[in-house]
Design a protein around this ligand. Structure first.
Ligand SMILES: [Zn+2]
Ligand SMILES: [Zn+2]
Length: 252
């Protein structure tokens, strides 16, 4: 499974882009960054996008992708999947003909550029050669993480979450876990009220996993505290933990 990090930051600065993880060139987990880093051909390869939650830093690149597609081909559909509340929010607040044209009805409702599709948590969905399952997590809005399986390999992505339970059952023994750490340890109060994690909170979360994943890739750090978070992640002393960088590519 090829994993390309289009963005993995918890805020936007030069060289720090919002989260988006491209799998095998065609399946995207979150859509914080697309056309800022992908060529037109690479954008064309994306046929399915799985969104964790409705916060802007995870959905913001979808409107520009829709615009880029329709300029070239009216017969191309990208399907955006997520839980019911997330899909409703994207339709109501993004593709509402006010903030952006309703690309779920352009060029026609039968063959739109963007198809919004509701998925049910804990159910497996076959997309291309991948099986994808959504698992609820704990954030300030309805949110899910994802487990992606392909060719005998398993990747789990937490999305944004505070302390949680269910998703840890699904990443026991996985090949890779992408998990958030947004704040340094000194900002734990802010992490808790905004339902994010610090490094020390992550250590507690990892203790809930029976068999730790081979790789634990950290996403969503606030760039202003990148160095502090890097140091604190090293200090938790768990094997295979690594702070992600935009642009990295992994063979999972
Ligand atoms: Zn969020
Ligand atoms: Zn976020």
């Amino acid at each position: 499974m090829k994993l390309r990090i289009l963005g993995c930051a918890g805020a936007e600065f030069p060289d720090f882009r919002p989260p988006a993880f491209l799998i095998d060139d065609q399946l995207l987990l979150d859509a914080g960054t697309i056309s800022a880093v992908l060529s037109e051909e690479e954008q064309w390869n994306i046929r399915s996008i799985f969104i964790t939650h409705s916060h802007l830093d995870h959905i913001r690149a979808i409107p520009a992708l829709a615009d880029n597609i329709i300029l070239r081909n009216m017969q191309h559909t990208v399907t955006v999947f997520s839980a019911d509340e997330v899909i409703s929010a994207i339709q109501q607040h993004m593709f509402n003909d006010i903030i952006w044209p309703d690309f779920t009805r352009i060029p026609s409702p039968e063959n739109p550029v963007i198809a919004l599709t509701t998925i049910t948590p804990y159910r497996d969905y076959a997309v291309h050669e991948h099986m994808v399952q959504a698992i609820p997590v704990n954030h300030t809005v309805p949110a899910v993480g994802y487990r992606v399986q392909s060719g005998g390999r398993t990747l789990v992505y937490s999305g944004d979450t505070g302390p949680t339970v269910e998703i840890w059952k699904f990443c026991s023994g996985a090949d890779a876990l992408i998990v958030e750490v947004s704040f340094p340890n000194c900002m734990e109060h802010l992490a808790r009220i905004t339902r994010h994690l610090t490094s020390s909170m992550l250590k507690t979360e990892l203790s809930k996993i029976n068999v730790l994943p081979s790789r634990i890739l950290i996403t969503h750090p606030k760039p202003q505290y990148y160095d502090d978070i890097q140091r604190e992640i090293n200090e938790i002393g768990v094997h295979g933990v690594e702070l992600l960088c935009d642009g990295s590519v992994y063979d999972i």
